[in-house]
Each structure stands twice: as C-alpha cells, then as structure tokens.
Design a protein around this ligand. Structure first.
Ligand SMILES: C[S@@+](CC[C@H](N)C(=O)[O-])C[C@H]1O[C@@H](n2cnc3c(N)ncnc32)[C@H](O)[C@@H]1O
Length: 215
C-alpha cells in the first residue's frame, strides 16, 4: 500500500494556492457568506469548487442537478463548467440563503443557466424529468441514500454523481457515540460501495467528496 499524505491546514492552503484560483466574484461570494457567521461552515471548499468546474467540463456536462445550494458557491462553480446553453437545476429549501447566490450568478453571467427550485429536495428530485450528466449532493446527510436512489436512474451512463462530507470529519472510522457517530454516512458509504450500477471513489478533499460514475 502507498502512503497517504496528511493534509494539514498549511498544506491545504498550499493546495488551494496552486489549484484553480477563485476570481473576484467567487471571492466576494465567499466573503459575504463568511460574514453570516457559523452557518458559513456549510460552504463548499475552494479546491472542491475547482474540482466541480473541472469535472463538469471533463464529462462534457450539458444538464446538471445540485441538491443543497446554500449561498450558491458550488452552483457558481458547476454552472461555469457548463456550455452557454447548459442547464443546472438547483434544489434547496432556503429562499433566504439562495437569494444571496442569485446575485452572484447574475454578476458572473451564469444566471440564465440556473433553474432554482425552492422546496424539500426529496419531493423536488422526484419531479425531475429527463437525463442528467452530473449531480452534486450537499444537503442534509441522512437524506443521501434517498437522493442516490432517486438520482442514479436519471444519470446517463458515464455520467457522474458527487456527494460531499462523506468522511464526516474522519469519524466514519473509530469509536464514536451519540451525535458524534455519523451513522448516516457509514450506512450511505456501505450502501453505494455495494451497488453494481456504479463505480465509487472517495476523495480526501474537503470533508470527503465521493465521486460516483454510473456504469
Ligand atoms: C452544506 S449546505 C450546501 C452548501 C453549498 N453546496 C455550497 O456550495 O456552499 C446544505 C444546504 O442544503 C439545504 N437543505 C437541507 N435539507 C434540505 C432538504 N431536505 N431539501 C432541500 N434543501 C435542503 C440547506 O438549506 C442548505 O442550504
């Protein structure tokens, strides 16, 4: 087995500094979100944003769906990877947080590609029509298995699904009790690892980002 590098905060800063940079619009969005206080912990990380844009381009995505939009940072990243006539459907329950994102999507010139649907994403996902090339899931964690089951049939072969926070701060291993025990993530990770419709790779980026390829 090869060795695994430990990503310290300093090394992570180095990785971000040497990866796809955030432009002024994305940086302003991050700054406005950080000013919201504790909820800003929900933000997708800058290196994940670079990966989302890159993967969207790599799979040649034209239609994408995001579950869990918050202030629109990951949606900005995905939409920038889409062609001018591409479409990103964003599902979130919060009008308040997503309205921040709308301003930045306008500023970045990607608002026409984004169709934001407010409501419980389990219900909105059931209403999605047609085939998608890419899905990014970053909403409430106990919902992941349902989102996976709803989305896999809607993704085209060789399309991808991404699930954030799948390592739960590393707590998917070791002894943990009560709220510290990420039972939902452990069940989800085991569920998809055993699914023969997909190939699964867990990337140690951010809080764990699972990349799923539909066979
Ligand atoms: C971790 S944040 C998403 C972060 C975002 N991807 C970003 O780039 O910063 C989770 C989001 O999921 C939304 N959410 C939680 N449960 C939901 C549900 N059942 N249906 C729709 N959205 C939900 C929350 O409103 C919140 O905006």
């Amino acid at each position: 087995m090869g060795s695994q590098v430990l990503v310290t905060d300093e090394l992570h800063e180095y990785m971000v500094a040497h990866g796809m940079p955030l432009d002024e619009i994305a940086s302003d969005l991050v700054a406005e979100t950080n000013a919201l206080g504790g909820v800003s912990e929900m933000l997708t990380t800058p290196d994940q944003a670079g990966l989302l844009t890159t993967l969207t381009r790599l799979v040649g995505a034209r239609r994408a769906v995001e579950i869990g939009t918050f202030t629109g940072f990951s949606a900005l990243a995905i939409s920038r990877g889409l062609p001018a006539d591409g479409e990103l459907i964003c599902l979130d329950v919060s009008d308040e947080w997503t309205s921040i994102g709308r301003r930045y999507w306008e500023r970045a010139g990607v608002a026409d590609k984004i169709d934001l649907r407010i409501g419980d994403a389990h219900e909105s996902a059931a209403k999605l029509e047609g085939e998608f090339d890419l899905a990014f899931v970053d909403a409430e964690k106990p919902g992941y298995t349902d989102y996976f089951e709803q989305l896999v049939p809607k993704i085209r072969p060789n399309g991808i699904l991404l699930f954030d926070n799948t390592l739960a701060g590393g707590r998917v291993v070791g002894e943990h009790t009560g709220e510290d025990d990420p039972v939902d993530r452990k069940e989800f990770n085991a569920h998809i690892a055993a699914d023969e419709r997909v190939d699964v790779v867990i990337l140690g980026i951010g809080d764990g980002l699972t990349l799923v390829r539909k066979r």
